[in-house]
Design a binder for this molecule. Structure first.
Ligand code: AMP
Length: 394
């Protein structure tokens, strides 16, 4: 059985999935695994095609000091115990820079180019690249494919791509890239089957998870995003503030005496729902809490999503459909209802029962803007890209 390995490496965890390649290039998920606690309390957990547990084991800290070691251990487990030898590996790479508008088959020159974008995404890019390098060293003939979170947004026009800053900075790469592209691409590819009426029209997709952003998609192409140069911009998130006056950052540095690293740590880890509520970055906890600060954080989240919807409607000069996806978007009827009630002016009106049951179509039949819940699958998107590049290369 031919299989494809999908890898999503972060600073302290490596997520991996195995897809089998079946008739006519159909992909079927066989294993979903994660090595987390890298550098602290390493643990490998994995489940099979029917979500049944297939591994749960702890390792000594010295055995898994870093991401390459975690990748090696996961690779050994797949090879030696499950007898899985993938025909290719697809990687999630957060930044493809200004040029890469589609996935790339990796060689050393591609890695060198992607390393140059590390300073544009310092918290993600180096970790994404480290398993690529270690596989290139240990198994140089195994095809590897880089799939970028920025690529789907490279269709943006110049107005959407620029900040009002001197051109030289834009030329250096200070642009509005947009992220969560693999999720949006998956949704765009799925809409023709789940929502054919809106698939070829103007759709706003709200990817609401620990990270959150929204994308304006016109005829299947991204035209605008709430995220910009980094994944800090746009909507409030679990621990990130979303849109912020850059003067706040200057204040932190000039008046509070913070170093750039301290300001970065505050903005990535202490803000958003966590900072506002003082309780948690987890939407489930906030929804269940009776603390007024939790209620305020939830309200703020819905308010900013409604504000940003107005912006994206303006970018497309209208909207024909709205899609919720990711952890909060797929599962929280309460948040969807709070957002929808702020969008009544736009013609959004939810069917309460359909919303409560997380059905696919959750709007009233006579609402002007149909609203859908569509589960995302970034890993399947990576596996599809990896297979199609492999087929093209042979
Ligand atoms: P993700 O990053 O897509 O995995 O999404 C994680 C976020 O989804 C966290 O804030 C979770 O609290 C939230 N989430 C997952 N399930 C639910 C649920 N049933 N109700 C509310 N929030 C949820």
């Amino acid at each position: 059985m031919d299989t494809i390995l999908v890898v999503n490496a972060g600073s302290s965890s490596v997520k991996f999935e195995i897809f089998s390649v079946e008739g006519e290039g159909r992909l079927s998920r066989q294993i979903r695994g994660q090595m987390d606690g890298i550098g602290s309390r390493p643990r490998l957990r994995a489940s099979g095609a029917k979500c049944e547990p297939v591994a749960d084991r702890a390792y000594l800290l010295e055995a898994v000091p870093d991401v390459p070691a975690a990748m090696d251990l996961a690779g050994e487990w797949l090879r030696d115990e499950l007898r899985i030898r993938p025909i290719a590996v697809g990687h999630r790479v957060v930044h493809g820079g200004p040029d890469y508008d589609q996935p790339m088959l990796i060689d050393r020159s591609v890695v060198a180019r992607l390393e140059r974008f590390s300073n544009l995404a310092p918290l993600h890019q180096p970790h994404n690249l480290s398993p690529i390098r270690s596989i290139l060293a240990s198994d140089p003939t195994l095809p590897q494919v880089a799939c970028f979170d920025t690529a789907f947004h490279r269709t943006h026009g110049a107005l959407a791509d620029h900040y009002a800053i001197p051109h030289q900075l834009h030329a250096e790469g200070v642009r509005r890239y947009g992220f969560h592209g693999l999720s949006y691409e998956y949704i765009a590819s799925t809409l023709p089957s789940v929502a054919p009426d809106i698939a070829k029209r103007r759709v706003i997709v709200a990817h609401l998870g620990s990270g959150a952003s929204m994308c304006a998609i016109d005829q299947g192409r991204s035209v605008e995003s709430t995220m910009g140069f980094t994944a800090l911009d746009g909507l409030p998130m679990g621990t990130r503030p979303g849109q912020l006056d850059p003067g706040v950052v200057l204040y932190l540095i000039a008046e509070k005496g913070m170093s750039a690293a301290e300001a970065q740590s505050l903005l990535y880890h202490e803000c958003g729902l966590k900072g506002l509520s003082g309780i948690s970055n987890d939407m489930r906890e906030l929804q269940d809490s009776t603390d007024p600060r939790a209620a305020f954080a939830v309200d703020y989240f819905a308010y900013r999503i409604a504000l940003n919807t107005g912006m994206l409607v303006a970018a497309m000069q209208g909207v024909d459909g709205f899609v919720f996806t990711a952890g909060i978007g797929e599962n929280s009827a309460k948040i969807r209802a709070a957002i929808a009630s702020r969008l009544a002016w736009l013609g959004v009106s939810l069917d309460e029962a359909a919303n409560a049951e997380n059905r696919s179509l959750i709007s009233q039949p006579d609402g002007r803007v149909p609203v859908y819940v569509v589960p995302t699958d970034e890993e399947l998107m990576i596996a599809r890209h990896t297979l199609s590049l492999l087929v093209r290369a042979t």
